[in-house]
Write a protein of this length. Structure first.
Length: 261
């Protein structure tokens, strides 16, 4: 495990609202995404990811006005995705303040976009996102907010994304999304061990122990999560929060000189 792996809250937006999903289905309204970003500013997080989960399904452009408002308030590195399928869109998102652009559906429907974007903007700016679900004991990849099954298996799609030029890969478990019972360690490890680019694990984080497990046992380079950063307690009261640096050091996630504290 790296001495300081990235811990990345993921905020989901739909029609301008901050929401949270369960297994890509049930949606819960949480409030204003800009206010959430202001709170995360005070938490000192490593990176923040913004995903418009309905843009592709409804064939919408990225919400540039909202995304610009978010970028203007954020003090941390930002990545964003949702509805991205042209070089012009990627250019606009980078121009308004996002360091990385996340591509999911176009990875399958328009794979050349990954290569073109990497050539124009650099591999470090392009993140391939893979949504996977277990079907009859095997993993299958889905696109369009989990509504369309593809022919791809996660390992094969991850290797293809790396070949095309993606600088990072997000692997997200649809089954574990919003469940707060831990990541799919087997899935994450399969992807992490099959590619040379950094892999971000997503789907299932419920607490610090889950973060550590996916970074150690899953071999992930970074851990992303949604529910654990917006909910508090068994009743899931809405509370924007994040583990402190001290908590992460005490858990052995952050290290000094390679030694756990």
């Amino acid at each position: 495990m790296f001495s300081r792996p990235r811990i990345i809250p993921t905020l989901l937006i739909d029609d301008g609202d901050l929401i949270k999903t369960v297994q890509f289905g049930e949606r819960t309204y949480l409030g204003d995404p800009v206010n959430a970003v202001k709170i995360f500013n005070r938490k000192g997080i490593d990176e923040l990811s913004i995903l418009d989960i309905a843009a592709t399904r409804y064939k919408r452009e990225p919400e540039y006005t909202l995304l610009k408002d978010i970028a203007s308030e954020a003090f941390m590195p930002l990545s964003c995705g949702g509805g991205v399928d042209t070089l012009e869109q990627i250019h606009e998102l980078l121009a308004i303040g996002y360091e990385k652009v996340i591509i999911n559906t176009a990875l399958v429907r328009n794979p050349r976009l990954i290569t073109q974007a990497a050539e124009v903007f650099g591999c470090q700016s392009i993140v391939a996102s893979i949504d996977a679900k277990r079907i009859d004991g095997d993993y299958c990849c889905y696109i369009a907010d989990g509504t369309e099954k593809t022919k791809w298996k996660p390992i094969d799609l991850a290797k293809e994304a790396e070949r095309l030029g993606a600088g990072e890969i997000i692997i997200n478990s649809i089954d574990n999304d919003g469940m707060m019972k831990g990541y799919d360690i087997v899935l994450v490890r399969q992807i992490s061990d099959s590619v040379d680019v950094p892999v971000i694990a997503s789907g299932g984080a419920g607490g610090i122990a889950d973060l550590k497990k996916v970074l150690t046992d899953g071999h992930a380079h970074a851990a992303a999560g949604g529910s654990m950063f917006v909910y508090y307690g068994k009743l899931k009261a809405v509370l924007i929060t994040a583990p402190s640096e001290k908590e992460l050091m005490e858990a052995g996630i952050y290290k000094i000189d390679g030694d756990e504290l």
